[in-house]
Design a binder for this molecule. Structure first.
Ligand code: 5GP
Ligand code: ZN
Length: 114
């Protein structure tokens, strides 16, 4: 998608602080972090949201989840605990419509979320 922000980050056309890259996934720091660790994990291939990713049906969702966990380990938050969030749709606060997992950790996280 030529006008998609995260496609442009995946294509390295827009800079981002990349923390992990695999064949099919990319992880980079959120520009407006909500916790000491706040990394976004995307499939390089464009899918609008988690529902579309779930429908990809080729193991891509599996790759994204595995990359999210690898980021948590790499960031040193896996043992204490962390959160993986897919805001899906406007009512959930999704603002960028290229699916992304937020990997959030490094502080105590309240529940329920806002
Ligand atoms: P959403 O609200 O869609 O779940 O999350 C979008 C996230 O993307 C937000 O947390 C926002 O801070 C982040 N974001 C928006 N634009 C950019 C950008 O250009 N670079 C990076 N690294 N993060 C961005
Ligand atoms: Zn995209």
């Amino acid at each position: 998608m030529s006008d998609c922000l995260f496609c442009k980050i995946a294509a390295k056309e827009i800079p981002a602080e990349i923390v992990l890259e695999t064949d099919r996934a990319l992880a980079f720091r959120d520009v407006n972090p909500q916790a000491p660790t706040h990394v976004l994990v995307i499939p390089k291939e464009h899918h609008a949201d988690a529902a579309a990713l779930a429908g990809a049906d080729d193991g891509l969702a599996d790759d994204v989840l595995k990359a999210a966990h690898a980021v948590a380990v790499q960031e040193g938050v896996a043992e204490a605990g962390y959160r993986v969030v897919f805001n899906t749709g406007p009512a959930a606060g999704q603002t960028v419509f290229h699916v992304h997992a937020h990997v959030v950790g490094g502080r105590d996280l309240g529940w329920p979320p806002g």
